[in-house]
Ligand binder design. Structure first.
Ligand code: MN
Length: 505
């Protein structure tokens, strides 16, 4: 059975604290969502601002295959604003819980009911498809909720939505009120679940099992407070897990990772590493037991093939490492230690792990080459000294000291800012041994105060066409950028060296 995917990244997602998008950025995201195959895109809340109206108009003009929807309260002004943006489909809402009626709307249940009916009638009179939402449905009186759904259906609503506005429902309860809504309205029902207790996806699935045909979701689960049900988790769970029915969606799952990264970068919200499906670690393996299992058959420790969501599995060595995984990594670089050498390398790796250090592939290769006596690979760039100065009325200036192959080299340089100055100084030094140029530099930060974490991604290339990318996360933009740059340089030098070695053989 087909489940309809209603994406609200551009509306509820944009309501995440700290997120604000320009109309151009919203259009870019809408195009990405359309390509991903979502059935409907909630493009925004037309009445809130001129920029929002402009963005929605740009999206409705873009001729996308997805249906485009806009949010409206049950007022003529909101519905007119939607029509002005070229929308043919609105998501009209009014709260139905006593908490909202008493403390926010100051309306009686009867007044809310008539407002809901009037809005649906007005929306229909303006030629719109109307999806009616009873805000805070899961904390509303169950009998009153049924009555509202029945009456708006009579008034001509096309769809009903059940929002779990503060993520308060259990999977069992949302199933019950989904059945209520279907019985009362005889209309297609959507579920809109929030993640305040980490149950958004579970609640959405439960609603679907109870007969809902559509789920409101966002990419990476972004949204107000703890966010919404995440599109990628819901879609993959429906497709891959065992249900008594077979569920399908129109999503091209191979684009999930790419879309997640794209939106994370645009909205400036990094994805947590242990996030299902799209988190950095979702298909990464460190423990020896797991790595061994995955190498003999991925099904042992991977529920799905990572390629299904546009990803690749990766291994890392650390204190839980085993010989199998480590040698699989080394083999990719053409290094095959014997049994005794393997044991020595592994001990060194574990000792580093016990000291709380992460062992990157560059460090692993360095250790391996030392044990195997291959001198070339030892040439690794290490940052041993660094300072910057910046301000107003002064040129940003950086001092960098690097250790290359045991030799200390330092350089100083200016730049347009402290990051630029630092990277210029590094390139001054490494330019002598490897002409590494920065091809791409990306900076993302967790929205918040001046102590926000930042994520720097750098893509570097050399004149021989070798490319490498590196990523670093930290609290200081400048040192994090420098770390990413050094990692990138090490990777590219390694690639070059191994290529030369292969040619030499
Ligand atoms: Mn919401």
């Amino acid at each position: 059975m087909k489940v309809r995917i209603f994406d609200t990244t551009l509306r509820d997602g944009e309501q995440s604290p700290g997120v604000a998008l320009s109309p151009e950025q919203k259009l870019l995201i809408a195009k990405k969502l359309d390509k991903l195959g979502v059935d409907a895109i909630e493009a925004g809340f037309p009445v809130v601002s001129e920029g929002e109206k402009k963005a929605i108009r740009m999206i409705t003009d873009a001729n996308l295959s997805s249906e485009i929807c806009g949010l409206a309260r049950t007022s003529k002004k909101d519905i007119d604003a939607a029509v002005d943006c070229g929308l043919k489909y609105i998501h009209a809402f009014i709260a139905t819980s006593d908490i909202h009626l008493e403390h926010k709307l100051h309306l009686t249940r009867d007044e809310v009911l008539s407002k809901a009916i009037e809005a649906v009638e007005y929306g229909k009179s303006r030629g719109l498809q109307v999806e009616f939402s009873a805000e805070d449905a899961t904390r509303s009186d169950r009998e009153f909720l049924k009555k509202v759904f029945g009456e708006v259906a009579k008034a001509g609503a096309d769809r009903i939505d059940i929002p779990d506005t503060v993520g308060y429902s259990t999977p069992q309860y949302i199933a019950e009120i989904t059945k209520d809504a279907i019985a009362a309205s005889k209309l297609p029902v959507s579920v809109h679940c929030h993640n305040d207790f980490g149950l958004a996806v579970a609640n959405a699935i439960s609603g679907i099992q109870a007969g809902a045909q559509c789920a409101h979701v966002t990419i990476n689960g972004i949204g107000e407070r703890a966010g919404n049900a995440s599109l990628e988790e819901l879609v993959m769970a429906l497709q891959c897990l065992q249900f008594d029915k077979k569920w399908e969606t129109n999503i091209n799952t191979k684009l999930l990772y790419e879309t997640s990264r794209y939106i994370s970068n645009l909205v400036g919200m990094p994805v947590q590493p242990n996030k299902a499906i799209v988190g950095e670690n979702a298909f990464g393996h460190e423990s020896g037991i797991h790595t061994h299992g995955v190498l003999s058959n991925p099904l042992t420790y991977e529920p799905i093939n990572p390629e299904l969501v546009g990803r690749k599995r990766w291994f890392q060595v650390g204190k839980h490492a085993g010989a199998h995984g480590m040698n699989a990594m080394l083999k990719e670089y053409g290094i095959e230690p014997d049994k005794e050498q393997t044991q020595i390398i592994l001990e060194k790796v574990k000792r580093l792990g016990d000291q709380g250090k992460q062992v990157t592939d560059v460090e692993l290769l360095s250790i391996a080459s030392e044990i195997l006596g291959e001198r070339g690979i030892k040439r690794i760039v290490q940052l041993t000294g660094f300072s910057v100065s910046t301000g107003i009325g002064t040129m940003p200036y950086a001092f960098v000291k690097l250790n290359i192959d045991g030799k200390e080299i330092f350089a100083t340089d200016y730049g347009v800012g402290p990051v630029d100055a630092s990277l210029n100084a590094i390139q001054k030094i490494t330019g002598k041994i490897a002409e590494v140029r920065i091809k791409e530099y990306g900076l993302a930060s967790i929205a918040g105060g001046s102590n926000a974490l930042c994520e720097v991604t750098i893509k570097v290339e050399d004149p021989f066409g070798n490319m490498a990318s590196a990523k670093s996360i930290g609290e200081d933009i400048v040192t994090t950028s420098v770390q990413a740059m050094i990692d990138g340089i090490n990777r590219i030098m390694l690639k070059k060296m191994l290529k030369e070695k292969k040619v030499g053989n």
